[in-house]
Structure formats: structure tokens, C-alpha cells
Design a protein around this ligand. Structure first.
Ligand code: ATP
Length: 305
């Protein structure tokens, strides 16, 4: 059974905009699905619908199951026990989740307490340091004592990631979590997400319009256009990548590691039917799937569909 199974998801905003149109997606534990699409294609609405927060007055149809439990239609009280606990959320802007007036360690401890993952305040506070370390903060003790504004943008984004991990979630939804970061910080956060998947068996739904982020995550890609899923498949098959400075051996790309500066060039013309399934190793490769009709990404890196 997939950890997240979305079937026929359709979301109408109150003004009649069909932001998500009959989307079916699956993500297994430990796997990643990168939701790509241009601005306004419905990525955020889809991610928020999974969280039970589609927007005021929105109408949601279809099915969203988390490890078999239907989330659509659950009462708000039940959803608040799932959000932050079984589903962690990292927004584009960390200030959307970090309280500017409280120390980061206090905020992490509160998540542990609210979700009854710590019996005492002391136990909750003790959990903050390993969480900050897991999220890649180089000095967890200092970060725990800091207020959000005392950290750099990259470290603040990692603190937001630690907060999203504080409930020991099974699924992490990250909505453009690296857009505001510089190249190096972006690569580090993306690699951290991959490490967390491997270490914790975390499933990842990453929303982005950044093709190089999708290539770096290197799992399944799903493309939304006008709310509809237009292509899905392994990143390696949908995104053709090349290094612009291949062979030059300059210091920057060595520091960032292989792939950090790869430029997404064009699609290979392969994909699955419009049902994304972050497959397990035992499943067949999408290479056996029907061919995707035509290129997906232009040589300039623009979406063609
Ligand atoms: N609360 C809302 N009320 C009405 N329409 C909305 C609302 N939120 C989004 N929309 C509309 O729904 C469509 C999809 O928007 P959405 O934000 O989900 O796209 P997106 O792909 O995440 O875009 P971006 O990358 O710019 O965040 C757009 O036409 C948008 O204007």
C-alpha cells in the first residue's frame, strides 16, 4: 500500500477556478515525488489539499489516503492531529511556520508536547537538539537558543525543516523550500531531504518550479499544467541533464558536488501514464511505460506542456 494515495483529486476555488483537475498520484514510504509546474499550475493548491487546507471556500473532490486512512472529509479536530504529526509541512517562507517571538528550541519542544511525543517538558526540550542536528544546523545548541531572526536565511529554512520533523512525520510536504536560498544552501537542503528519506523512511512531496531541484532529488517527477497532470516518470527519464562546465574541474562545482550545477536541458520523451507512483526498487522501471508524446522541457529549460 502506498503511503500517500491521491485519486481523482479535484479542487475548485470559490471563484470557479479549477486549480486541481482529476489528479492521481502515489508516493511510497521513503520515496520522493517532485511536483513540477509553472506558476498557477495548481501545485500549492494540491499540496494544501493534502494537508486539509485547500483555501477558504474551496470545494474538494476525490480521495486522499494516508496509509489507507481517508483524509478528505475528516473533521478539523482529526486533521489537526495529523498535520504536524503524521504530515510535516515546510513552506517556502520559514516565517510562515516559525514564531518570531519564541526561541526555536521552545517551538520544537512545543510540537513534541502537543503531539504527546514527550511526557515531560524536559524530555521535549531534550528532543530539540537532535532534531536541529538532523535538519543540518551546524550548532544545534545555539540554534535552539536563537530567535528566528538571529539565523541566516539558510539556517532559518533548516529550522523550519526541524519544526516539520518534530512530530516524527511519515510524509513531508515541502512547498518551494529552497526558492529563497542561494545555490549552495539550496543544494544542501535538497541533499538533506534525500538523507532524511533514507534515514527515516520519510516520504517526500516536493513542490517546485525548479527543474534542477527535481534533477537533484532524482526520484519521480509529476508535471502539472492548468491543474492537470500532464506527465509523470523518473526524473532521469523526464529531465535530461548536463553539466555546463563538464571537465573544467572548477572549484565551485567540486564544492557543491556532482549534479549541483547541472543544467536541465531537455526531456528524453519518456514518461508514465498520468499516475505518478514513486516506485519501489522491486517495481518495474518506467522505461516499460508507454512513451511520453514529445519533449517536456525546452532547451532553455521552459515547460513546453
Ligand atoms: N485561495 C484562492 N482563491 C482563488 N483562487 C486561487 C486561490 N489559491 C490559488 N488560486 C488559483 O488557483 C490556481 C492555482 O494556484 P496555485 O497557487 O495552486 O498554483 P502554483 O502552481 O502553486 O503557483 P505558484 O508556483 O505561483 O505558487 C491559480 O489560478 C490561482 O490563481
Amino acid at each position: 500500500m502506498s503511503l500517500l494515495a491521491i485519486e481523482g483529486l479535484t479542487v475548485h476555488h470559490p471563484d470557479g477556478v479549477r486549480a486541481v483537475d482529476d489528479v492521481t498520484l502515489r508516493i511510497d514510504a521513503g520515496r520522493a515525488l517532485v511536483l513540477l509546474g509553472e506558476s498557477g499550475s495548481g501545485k500549492t493548491t494540491l499540496a494544501r489539499a493534502v494537508l486539509g487546507l485547500p483555501g477558504g471556500g474551496a470545494t474538494v473532490r476525490g480521495s486522499v489516503r494516508l496509509a489507507g486512512t481517508e483524509l478528505l472529509g475528516l473533521p478539523e479536530r482529526a486533521l489537526t492531529r495529523i498535520r504536524g504529526r503524521r504530515i510535516g509541512h515546510v513552506p517556502q517562507d520559514p516565517s510562515a511556520t516559525l514564531d518570531p517571538l519564541r526561541r526555536i528550541g521552545t517551538q520544537l519542544a512545543q510540537v513534541r508536547r502537543v503531539h504527546r511525543l514527550a511526557a515531560t517538558r524536559r524530555e521535549a526540550r531534550a528532543a530539540a537538539l537532535p532534531l536541529l542536528a538532523a535538519a543540518g544546523l551546524p550548532d544545534p545548541e545555539r540554534a535552539a537558543r536563537a530567535y528566528p531572526h538571529e539565523l541566516s536565511g539558510g539556517l532559518r529554512q533548516r529550522a523550519a525543516l526541524a519544526l516539520a520533523l518534530a512530530g516524527d512525520p511519515e510524509l513531508l510536504i515541502a512547498d518551494e523550500p529552497t526558492t529563497a536560498l542561494d545555490t549552495l544552501a539550496r543544494a544542501r537542503v535538497l541533499d538533506l531531504l534525500t538523507t532524511l528519506r533514507a534515514q527515516r523512511g520519510l516520504a517526500l512531496l516536493l513542490v517546485t518550479h525548479d527543474l534542477s531541484a527535481a534533477a537533484r532529488i532524482d526520484d519521480t517527477v509529476a508535471v502539472l499544467d492548468g491543474g492537470r497532470l500532464t506527465a509523470t516518470g523518473p526524473a532521469r527519464e523526464l529531465l535530461v541533464t548536463e553539466s555546463p562546465d563538464r571537465g573544467s574541474g572548477n572549484g565551485e562545482s567540486e564544492l557543491l558536488g556532482a549534479g549541483a550545477h547541472r543544467k536541465v536541458r531537455a526531456a528524453s520523451g519518456r514518461g508514465t501514464e498520468p499516475e505518478a507512483h514513486a516506485r519501489t526498487d522491486s517495481e518495474p522501471s518506467a522505461a516499460t511505460a508507454p512513451p511520453f508524446p514529445g519533449p517536456l522541457i525546452s532547451p532553455e529549460g521552459d515547460f513546453l506542456r
